[in-house]
Design a binder for this molecule. Structure first.
Ligand SMILES: [Zn+2]
Length: 291
């Protein structure tokens, strides 16, 4: 791919990520308060005036308005552009990492040959051409990890606000998880149907959930109920997208980082305040980038 096209793609994905971040702001504000995330359209929480599209451009509008509502001049929290920028960076980084040679789909290894086709590498007996399968795999990997990181980011902010994480927030991950384990292996576009085996797929999904259950059990053993808020449903949902090995790594990694964070929190107060699900987000972001 030419360098110009590559930069255009990255800018486009970054903008898309910022728009998703804007939607996350709506989810974070409305879902714990039991409101619809679709209706009504965005309005100022202070004066209730609807926000025009030109005042609702992710990241940019906050700076143009100097962090104040156009109508009532009340300050708009810096959290809004911050979440938009964070989401944009995470989604772009996930896409970038998915384009690196030799990357496998998160839930592939080590259970069976369902997903042994690496992105640019060996394809085995497949009906798809390398570039087709490559782009499909890159797109799927990007969607999987983006959905995972966005859900965890929203959960972290909700827990940080001392609100309960609504179960509905994990529904998209369960839907994608079921598609991955039950439907995708049989699609001829992925060229892998000759190796698809229902028992193997069920075993892979079951092993992932069992890995999550083990980490949740460890968390319950070592940490208080209040600390674990949102962690168990987040990890069970994540496990369907990650597969068993990565679930064990991010789960125990989050427990370990949380404990270290609490100890260092005596000196750096900010570290001690990061919730467990926030450390899970950090662990998943690291795994998405490196693995
Ligand atoms: Zn206002």
């Amino acid at each position: 791919m030419s360098q110009g096209l590559w930069i255009f793609l990255l800018v486009w994905i970054f903008a898309l990520g910022a728009v998703i971040g804007s939607f996350l702001n709506v989810v974070i504000y409305r879902l714990p308060r039991g409101r619809s995330i679709i209706y009504p359209p965005s309005h100022c929480p202070s004066c209730d005036q609807p926000i025009a599209w030109y005042d609702n451009i992710p990241i940019v509008s906050w700076f143009l308005l100097r962090g104040k509502c156009r109508h009532c001049r009340q300050p708009i929290s810096v959290r809004y552009p911050l979440i938009e920028a964070t989401t944009a960076v995470l989604v772009t980084a996930v896409f970038w990492a998915s384009c690196l040679p030799g990357r496998q789909l998160p839930h592939s290894a080590p259970f069976g040959p369902l997903w042994t086709a690496s992105i640019f590498g060996h394809l085995g007996e497949t009906t798809a051409t390398p570039s087709q399968l490559g782009w499909l795999a890159i797109a799927l990997r990007t969607v999987e990890y983006s959905l995972l990181l966005c859900t965890l980011l929203a959960s972290t902010v909700i827990v940080g606000e001392r609100q309960a994480v609504p179960a509905r927030i994990f529904l998209p991950m369960w839907i994608l998880g079921l598609v991955i384990w039950l439907i995708l292996p049989w699609l001829p576009e992925f060229g892998l149907q000759q190796t698809a085996d229902p028992i193997e797929a069920a075993f892979g999904a079951g092993a992932s959930l069992a890995a999550a259950a083990l980490v949740v059990f460890l968390a319950a053993w070592f940490l208080g109920t209040d600390v674990r808020r949102g962690f168990a449903p987040a990890l069970y949902s994540a496990s369907l997208l990650l597969g068993a090995p990565r679930t064990l790594v991010v789960g125990t990694g989050a427990l370990f980082a949380y404990t270290v964070g609490r100890i260092l929190g005596h000196w750096f107060a900010g570290l001690g305040r990061i919730p467990l699900v926030g450390w899970l987000l950090a662990a998943c972001a690291l795994v998405a980038w490196l693995w």
